[in-house]
Design a protein around this ligand. Structure first.
Ligand SMILES: [Zn+2]
Length: 149
């Protein structure tokens, strides 16, 4: 249910595990053993985590911007939209700069318009600062303002 939030957190440079197949016990175990913060919209799971002294946030908000603002203000963190730090929204892998001439699965028009490309070290997906990037940047600004209020 929080998949799109997880993808955004990864783009904003947060190391984020998301797998809809994991059950509550598995989520608790991962958060506990890896010292992670558990983000959930399930009150019962939230209480189970906090009872075990696991850092957890009970997500509120009607849309991703509101949810992100809530998470950021709860944890006192901020979005960092920077390809040197961003993670692959698909798999949470780290990105690295790619050599333009070596790219094969990128549309020709994009190759003409963009200079810098990044590739996920884990799954190989290629990224560039296109319209999606611009939307994420605008959203980060909106979220920052919301988190401050
Ligand atoms: Zn990836």
């Amino acid at each position: 249910m929080l998949g799109s939030l997880a993808r955004k957190l990864r783009m904003y440079s947060f190391d984020t595990i998301y797998d809809a197949k994991l059950n509550d016990a598995e989520l608790i175990k991962i958060a506990e053993s890896q010292n992670r913060t558990l983000l959930t919209s399930d009150r019962e799971l939230f209480l189970r985590a906090t009872n075990k002294s696991i850092s957890a946030v009970l997500i509120v908000g009607d849309n991703d911007a509101a949810r992100l603002a809530y998470v950021f203000s709860s944890l006192q963190i901020a979005a960092d939209l920077n390809p040197e730090k961003s993670r692959c929204p698909v798999c949470n892998g780290l990105l690295e700069g790619a050599i333009k001439s070596s790219l094969t699965n990128v549309p020709k028009t994009v190759l003409e318009r963009q200079e810098r490309f990044y590739v996920c070290k884990s799954c190989g997906k290629v990224y560039w600062r296109g319209s999606h990037w611009q939307r994420m940047k605008s959203m980060a600004n909106i979220v920052e303002k919301m988190a401050q209020t």
